[in-house]
Design a protein around this ligand. Structure first.
Ligand code: SF4
Length: 317
């Protein structure tokens, strides 16, 4: 952006949050300790991503696990550009008006997948409410490019809600990802404050329709806790997700990215995460990941193997 004297003015990362009051970012408790980046593999991962001019949610969302994941050459690709058309109160991804789609991005993702030697690939995106199909065809093209470059790799997509994008989900599912993930993010009572552009019931329908379109697909969803929800509300979300036939549930601690983002209500203890895990398992999810540092794509490759095994066991029973 230029001002009248043609000086470059830094565009705020979250223009809609500039006027919000500051909320101090709370110190993390002792049980939230992350591995510092620095390993050789971390640098190699970063170099491959830079060379292919790719965006990752690992960096854009300031994920606390980046040291560990990139140190194992695992990164989560964020396609459809780096600018999101929504303005969720929890998310650190840049917001504003996105640029044009890059038609070469799917090929670059596939080349990076090969360079990183990934056996399981996670692809997510920003929300693109400005596109007629919400970016669904670009998702499908990315899945196709990865399949062509790396036929043995499993592919997991973490998609936007494709609200008011008729036919978008069908396009993504027809491209045959192995895992369809869409996060409900929080309990419905907090949607207006935390996820104002979304609709809880719509997100549940999206998950349930994905499963109905392809019954062999694994479906996955997740929530953050520590935003002010009650335990009863978390349990009710579990019931809703099971009613939508979701296989895999992830639960992690919300961490406030900046002083302008939603404040943390509290740090949920490791014991409470264990209790959520037990409750969710009793409700019949094939797999549950619940810990302070759990994120949608954290340990995704190992979890996909466990998910497949769990389904085989369930079918034999
Ligand atoms: S948990 Fe996911 S988003 Fe975070 S660093 Fe690992 S792969 Fe990236």
């Amino acid at each position: 952006m230029l001002d009248r004297s043609d000086r470059v003015i830094a565009r705020p990362r979250h223009p809609e949050k500039v006027r919000l009051p500051d909320t101090p970012v709370r110190k993390k408790p002792s049980w939230i300790r992350v591995r510092a980046p620095g390993a050789h593999a971390f640098t190699a991962t970063r170099d491959i991503l830079r060379r292919h001019r790719l965006t990752t949610v690992c960096e854009e969302a300031s994920c606390p696990n980046i040291g560990e994941c990139w140190g194992k050459r695992h990164a989560t690709f964020m396609i459809l550009g780096d600018t999101c058309t929504r303005a969720c109160a929890f998310c650190n991804v840049r917001t504003g008006r996105p640029g044009a789609l890059d038609p070469h991005e799917p090929a670059r993702v596939a080349e990076a997948v090969a360079a990183l030697d990934l056996a399981h690939v996670v692809v997510t995106s920003v929300d693109r409410d400005d596109l007629a199909d919400g970016g669904a065809a670009h998702f499908a093209a990315t899945i196709g490019a990865i399949r062509a470059a790396r036929p043995a790799a499993s592919i997991e997509v973490l998609t936007p809600d494709f609200r008011r994008k008729e036919g978008a989900l069908e396009i993504v599912v027809a491209a045959a990802p192995d895992v369809f993930n869409h996060n409900v993010e929080t309990v419905p009572s907090l949607y207006r404050r935390i996820r104002p552009g979304a609709d809880y019931r719509h997100s549940l329908r999206l998950l349930s329709r994905a499963r109905a379109l392809r019954p062999d697909l694994f479906t996955k969803s997740g929530i953050m806790v520590g935003l002010g929800e009650t335990e009863a509300e978390v349990v009710a979300v579990m019931d809703d997700l099971r009613a939508a036939s979701v296989d895999f549930l992830t639960i992690g601690q919300y961490l406030q990215p900046t002083r302008k983002h939603a404040a943390i209500d509290r740090f949920v203890t490791p014991e409470e995460f264990q209790s959520y895990k037990r409750i969710a398992e009793e409700k019949g999810f094939l797999l549950v990941a619940s810990s302070p540092l759990t994120r949608s794509s954290y340990h995704a490759a190992q979890d996909f193997a466990r998910l497949k095994l769990a389904r085989q066991v369930a079918h034999r029973a």
